[in-house]
Ligand binder design. Structure first.
Ligand SMILES: *Cc1c(COP(=O)(O)O)cnc(C)c1O
Length: 359
């Protein structure tokens, strides 16, 4: 790893004040990691360098054909002051899968993890310490061959940046969702399983439609039958059926069009640890509506790295509006959220070996 330190790195007091502001994506740490790839030479030596703008030829492939992928993971402050990453190996594996789908080079897992470690060693002071807060790490890769020909790029640039993420969880407010029957996020054979910017670009108009309906988020249904619930915005969904010890925690099955969330996967284990039954199923809009009406569905929440767990309340669609619960986060939702956060912050045993301490 080549290292070029930032001569203008923030002093500790300035940095701590910025971290204390909370929020998300407003400030970035002093450094970033870059690593170039070419078809001819493969991966070059990664470089840790001052965070800052990059310069690219206007004819660079990514600007025209959107050949781009990204990841999102978090580093949490531990009770002893050390820093630990949550399941970074899972992000490395998914990054390689996304790369393969977008005809970008697969970055070796060790190289991916080495860049994350290097950034944290240098900028570890930016990791907040309150529960629910973390340093959000954003690895991404763009196609950098210059030219307007449509073909897989023979050059790529990997970059890694990080931003402090405050605890923006508002326990008094459940998210409202607009179930989109007009737009779809992904179809079989498409890029739904890959974490690529293009999926998001195509989703924004639906997000706008949701906002117009007075909803916070859009819920995606499948492209073919237009009835199976898939995801919410950039998060996976969970439904709680029943209550207390008899509850079953249910999530839509990975059919090839859903993004396989690492939080989703972790919650399947955490819910089992807490004694709940879990199911991965096909769940239709009708099941959602009828389940809420009959009282079988007692809680709904969305999950992802950024927000961890977000309660979902009102659902609105062309078929009507229905509300789960009383607008307050459900008991089991909060129990799962707290159990996961406790593992991430090192206050509960890491029985699944998910945490990776930065040495
Ligand atoms: C990233 C992402 C998720 C959540 O994945 P995590 O690994 O839990 O952060 C869910 N859906 C989409 C579309 C995503 O891009």
């Amino acid at each position: 790893m080549k290292i070029t330190l930032n001569p203008h790195a923030k002093d500790a007091a300035t940095r701590d004040a910025l971290v204390a502001e909370g929020g998300f994506g407003k400030y970035y740490t002093d450094h970033m990691v870059v690593c170039e790839w070419s078809e001819k030479d493969g991966w070059g030596e990664p470089e840790l360098k001052p965070y800052g703008p990059i310069s690219l030829d206007p004819a660079t492939a990514v600007f025209h054909y959107g050949q781009e992928i990204f990841e999102g993971l978090k580093a949490y402050r531990q009770p002893d002051g050390s820093i630990a990453l949550f399941r970074p190996d899972a992000n490395a594996k998914r990054f390689a899968k996304s790369a393969a789908r977008l005809a970008l080079p697969e970055m070796p897992e060790v190289l991916f993890l080495e860049t994350v470690d290097a950034l944290l060693k240098q900028d570890g002071g930016w990791v907040p310490s309150k529960i629910g807060e973390a340093l959000y790490i954003r690895p991404f890769m763009i196609a950098t061959e210059v030219g307007l020909g449509v073909r897989p790029s023979n050059k790529a640039l990997y970059m890694l940046i990080a931003t402090p993420a405050g605890a923006y969880f508002d326990p008094s407010k459940a998210v409202s969702v607009w179930i989109s029957t007009e737009y779809v996020r992904a179809a079989l054979g498409g890029t739904g399983e890959a974490k690529c910017g293009g999926n998001y670009a195509a989703s924004l108009v639906a997000q706008k439609a949701a906002a117009k309906e007075g909803c916070d988020q859009v819920v995606w249904i499948d492209a073919k039958e237009r009835k199976w619930v898939e995801e919410m915005g950039g998060m996976n969904l969970y439904f709680v059926k029943g209550s207390r010890a008899d509850a079953t925690v249910v999530t839509p099955k990975l059919t090839g069009t859903l993004l396989p969330g690492i939080t989703r996967d972790s919650i399947l284990s955490v819910a089992k640890d807490l004694g709940y039954k879990t199911e991965e199923v096909m769940l239709s809009i009708d099941d959602w509506r009828d389940g809420v009406k009959s009282g079988e569905i007692t809680e709904i929440f969305a999950c992802g790295t950024a927000a961890v767990v977000s309660p979902v309340g009102q659902a609105k669609s062309a078929m009507g509006t229905w509300v789960t619960g009383d607008g307050q986060p459900g008991v089991i939702t909060m129990q799962i959220r707290n159990a996961l956060l406790a593992i991430q912050h090192g206050t509960a045993p890491d029985s699944h070996n998910w945490m990776s301490v930065v040495k």
